[in-house]
Design a protein around this ligand. Structure first.
Ligand code: ADP
Ligand code: ADP
Length: 224
């Protein structure tokens, strides 16, 4: 989907976490949201997701203002750094979770979960529990779970930060091809510039709550 954010503001006490931020994201783009810790990246994502209410400003998804739309009705999937899979559920049930709560039929759930197992390379792991998986595999389950309800926007908040460097590099490559395959608009938060450059079609750079730059990695790093 196409995202437009206009003049978004959010303060916590007297600290302005998001300061008059406006941007648009074209459908199907993978956006890197980059900036130092405490700069307002997570707050921005939480506002887009509807988990945090902005003090002022508007959010449009495909031209429709969604400020007052409930989080679960915005069609957004999430993956967080320490995405807590349900420990007592196997991979199948973790992936199926968002479908079960939407009361999808059993046969349809099974088809959908199998589709996601194939897409994320987890076929054969459906009976395993989270503690029987590597960190990288767990994050792939988290992606499968986020994608199962077929969201139109995927929000990724430092999804690989807790994973060791070698696997993190493999996961970046994997993620890029996964997102290209399904063509979903995505925002990838990171404080790692190399990661942003490698993953993103376009970058948003936020610092102290302000959007400092938006553009392609090449544009930002070769044309200061
Ligand atoms: P980033 O994701 O870039 O690290 P955050 O959006 O988490 O930044 O935080 C931006 C600023 O807002 C920080 O100063 C942080 O301490 C503050 N902040 C975020 N969430 C809250 C909250 N719920 N209550 C108070 N302050 C918050
Ligand atoms: P098939 O033989 O058609 O591949 P199975 O019935 O063996 O399908 O199921 C494949 C996997 O999906 C198994 O791991 C099974 O436990 C799991 N599964 C199927 N339906 C459900 C369900 N409703 N809840 C949890 N797991 C399920």
């Amino acid at each position: 989907m196409h995202i437009e954010v206009r003049n978004l503001n959010k303060s916590f006490g007297n600290h302005q976490a998001v300061n008059d931020v406006s941007f648009t994201i074209e459908r199907g783009k993978l956006i890197g949201l980059l900036g130092p810790s405490g700069g307002g990246k997570s707050t921005l994502l939480r506002i887009l997701a509807g988990l945090e209410t902005p003090d002022s400003g508007d959010i449009f998804i495909d031209g429709k203002r969604v400020n007052d739309v409930q989080p679960q009705l915005r069609g957004i999937g999430f993956v967080f750094q320490n995405y807590a899979l349900f420990k007592h559920m196997n991979v199948f049930d973790n992936i199926a979770f968002g479908l079960t709560i939407r009361k999808m039929g059993k046969a349809e759930i099974k088809d959908r979960v199998h589709e996601l197992l194939d897409l994320t390379g987890l076929r054969g792991f459906e009976h395993r529990y989270p503690n029987q998986l590597s960190g990288g595999q767990r994050q792939r389950v988290a992606f499968a779970r986020a994608l199962a309800p077929r969201p139109n926007l995927l929000l990724l908040d430092e999804p690989f930060a807790a994973i060791d460097a070698k696997v993190r590099k493999e996961l970046r490559t994997w993620l890029k091809s996964l997102i290209a395959e399904i063509g979903i608009t995505s925002i990838f938060v990171t404080h790692d510039q190399d990661e942003a450059v490698e993953v993103a079609d376009e970058m948003l750079i936020v610092q102290q709550g302000k959007l400092e730059q938006q553009g392609s990695p090449i544009h930002i790093y070769t044309d200061p």
